[in-house]
Structures are given as structure tokens and as C-alpha cells.
Ligand binder design. Structure first.
Ligand code: ACO
Length: 324
């Protein structure tokens, strides 16, 4: 039918940063953070835990589960907005780390929706290149792009990586369909500067540094509405009822967005996988980390219908349906 996931893996940095740790950095409290976001802890990368290294370990774990060696991988895609270099891509560093000599490699920049965009890309690639094997990774070290003096944003994000190995299979299993969107006109509600330009002619007045900036309330409203719309449209198109979904893995942004989305969709809460309390918002890594946890916990059985959805800077958003 399409691209199927052969194995999943994830990697989280060692250091746990609690809400109480953040109380020492900014004017906030554990109670405020928990009640507004559902987050208790997040992971923070240290030396030797760059995005490509987390990505490589997650990939090794996924390949091990899949029974696939690095030499068999044909394509490596990393969804990230926080690689340690702009060029080469994070994916090229992963290729080097793994020794995946025959793969070509590139990054996708679609913020928190990056992994979802990647799933769609890989599915279409594998439908025309049916003998190939693909490594798709979401990896972030957003701690390197966070303003640790800004309480509006520094409480939300965490570091980590998740990976999947995919190949094409005939039959019922695989990616059933996806429904993706972008709206660049709303870019200024959630954005992250790159380093300022070294070319004075290309200096942008709206690019002072490398931090994340966000209009939290606006992001909240758009996130709920957009993910709901993408999901309902996808299910209608694929003629799938909400009741037939076995598990939903939403992007782990914050618990209030998720609660609102879940109640608007009318899906049973027990069917929704949530780990935002442990890792915060790991952007492009959040879905593959959650997928790996759910998979290793035995929450996914053959033929289960899995719904994933995400929303992020750009804006970028969408949903995908997989038959496990
Ligand atoms: N600790 C204590 N007080 C705070 C903090 C903090 N960390 N941050 C803000 N406040 C204060 C504000 O200054 C404000 O004070 P005031 O009333 O004196 O002016 C008050 O709390 C309320 O601020 P709001 O921004 O209105 O709080 P809100 O209830 O909207 O919660 C939040 C903020 C959690 C950011 C919310 O808007 C949200 O979840 N937005 C979605 C953002 C998001 O998830 N972004 C991730 C990227 S996109 C994605 O992944 C979907």
C-alpha cells in the first residue's frame, strides 16, 4: 500500500531540567508552568549531545529494531530547526556518524510539523522507489535557540530525537494518507532568528539574534483550529471514522492545546498518547519520540489505525493516518 515503519528509536539527553530549576532562572513557578502547559520536566543537551548525535543514536536504535544496517539505507531525512550548523545539513552529519555510505541526505525545515512533512515525502518517494530503505528522523536541541531570560518561551521547549526506518510494502499496512498545510502570512506569530547577516546589504531589521519568539495565545488558537481541520478533512477523505482510530499521537506542544483538540474531535482520551509532562515541546522530535515510546510499550499492534497531527512555526501543520 505504501511506506511502512519497520522500526522506531529515540534518544533523550541526560540532563533533566525541572520547573523548579527554571524558577531559579526566571520569574515563574512550578504551579504556573504545570497548570498552563502540563510540563514538569524537559531534557537539556550538554557537550557531545548536538542534534546530529541525538539523531544518530535514535537512528541506530530504530535500525536495530528494524533489522536494517546502515549500509542498507538509501535516504536520510532529518526534520530539524536546531542543527548545530546551517551547512552541512544535520542529515549529512548523521550519515557520517552512521557510516551510511550509500545514502543521500538532507534536512526538512517545517518546525514542529517537520516529521509529518517528512512522512509524506518518504511515502511518495518510496511509492516510486520501491526497493529503497529510508531513515526519517526528528531531532532538536532547542535549548541552543532559547532565550533563557524569556519566561514566555523558555519553559516550553526541550531537546531530543526520534527516528523511524521505512520501506515500501504491498498490502494493507502503511501510510494511508496525509493532509498538509502552510500559511507563511502568519510567520511573525512564531519564529526563530538565525544568526544576523554578515553582509550589511542583507541585514534585516527583524533579525536581531538567534532566539525563539512567540505570540502564545495566537499560536494556541491557530494550533487547535488548524489541527482539528486537517484531521477531520483527512478522515473524511479516507472514509475513516474517529471511532476506528486505535491511537492518536499528537505533537506534544502543551496539555491545554491537546485537551482542547481532543474534546473538539470527540476522540476518547485513553486513545491519545501524551508524554509532554516529561519532555516538554521537542518540536520536530516530539512525534517520533512519542511513537517510539508507544511502540516499545506495546501500544501498537498490526493493523491498528494510528493518527498523527502537528502544528508549528511557519505556520505549518497537518495530519497523517497510518495502518500499523
Ligand atoms: N511564569 C509565570 N507567569 C508567566 C509566565 C511564566 N513562565 N509566562 C507568562 N506569564 C504571565 C504573563 O506575563 C501574564 O502576566 P500578566 O497577566 O501580568 O500580563 C500572564 O502570565 C498570562 O500570560 P499569557 O501569555 O496570557 O498566558 P497564557 O494563559 O496564554 O499561557 C502559554 C501562555 C502557555 C504560552 C499559552 O499561550 C500557550 O500554551 N500557547 C501556545 C504556545 C505553544 O505551545 N508554542 C509552542 C510552539 S507551537 C507548537 O508547538 C504548537
Amino acid at each position: 500500500m505504501g511506506a511502512i515503519i519497520l522500526g522506531t528509536g529515540s534518544c533523550l539527553p541526560e540532563k533533566v531540567l525541572s520547573n523548579h530549576d527554571l524558577e531559579k532562572l526566571v520569574d515563574t513557578s512550578d504551579e504556573w508552568i504545570q497548570s498552563r502547559t502540563g510540563i514538569s520536566t524537559r531534557r537539556q543537551s550538554g557537550k557531545g549531545e548536538e542534534a546530529y548525535r541525538l539523531a544518530s543514536v535514535a537512528a541506530q536504535r530504530a535500525m536495530e529494531m528494524a533489522g536494517v544496517s546502515a549500509g542498507e539505507i538509501d535516504l536520510i531525512i532529518v526534520a530539524t530547526i536546531s542543527s548545530h550548523m546551517t551547512m552541512p545539513s544535520c542529515a549529512c552529519f548523521v550519515q557520517k556518524e552512521l557510516g551510511a555510505d550509500r545514502a543521500f541526505a538532507y534536512d526538512i525545515n517545517a518546525a514542529c510539523a517537520g516529521f509529518l512533512y517528512g512522512l509524506d515525502t518518504v511515502d511518495k518517494y518510496l511509492r516510486s522507489e520501491r526497493e529503497k530503505k529510508v531513515l526519517l528522523i526528528g531531532a532538536e536541541t532547542l535549548s541552543s535557540r532559547t532565550n533563557w531570560e524569556d519566561r514566555n518561551t523558555c519553559i516550553l521547549f526541550g531537546d531530543g530525537a526520534g527516528a523511524v526506518v521505512l520501506e515500501y510494502r504491498d498490502g494493507k499496512q502503511g501510510i494511508v494518507g496525509s493532509n498538509l498545510f502552510s500559511d507563511g502570512s502568519l510567520w511573525n506569530l512564531l519564529y526563530m532568528h538565525s544568526a544576523p547577516s554578515c553582509n550589511p546589504d542583507l541585514v534585516q531589521p527583524d533579525n536581531p539574534g538567534s532566539f525563539m519568539l512567540m505570540e502564545g495565545r495566537e499560536v494556541f488558537k491557530h494550533a487547535v483550529k488548524c489541527m482539528e481541520g486537517a484531521i477531520l478533512e483527512l478522515l473524511a477523505r479516507e472514509n475513516v471514522s474517529m471511532d476506528s482510530i486505535t491511537l492518536m499521537i499528537p505533537h506534544q506542544a502543551n496539555i491545554r492545546i491537546l485537551n482542547k483538540l481532543v474534546s473538539r474531535l470527540g476522540i476518547e482520551k485513553e486513545k491519545v498518547f501524551i508524554n509532554v509532562q516529561k519532555y516538554g515541546n521537542t518540536s520536530a522530535a516530539s512525534i517520533p519520540i512519542a511513537l517510539d515510546e508507544a511502540n516499545r510499550a506495546g501500544k501498537l499492534q498490526p493493523d491498528d489505525l494510528l493518527l498523527v497531527c502537528s502544528f508549528g512555526g511557519g505556520f505549518t501543520w497537518g495530519a497523517a493516518l497510518l495502518s500499523w
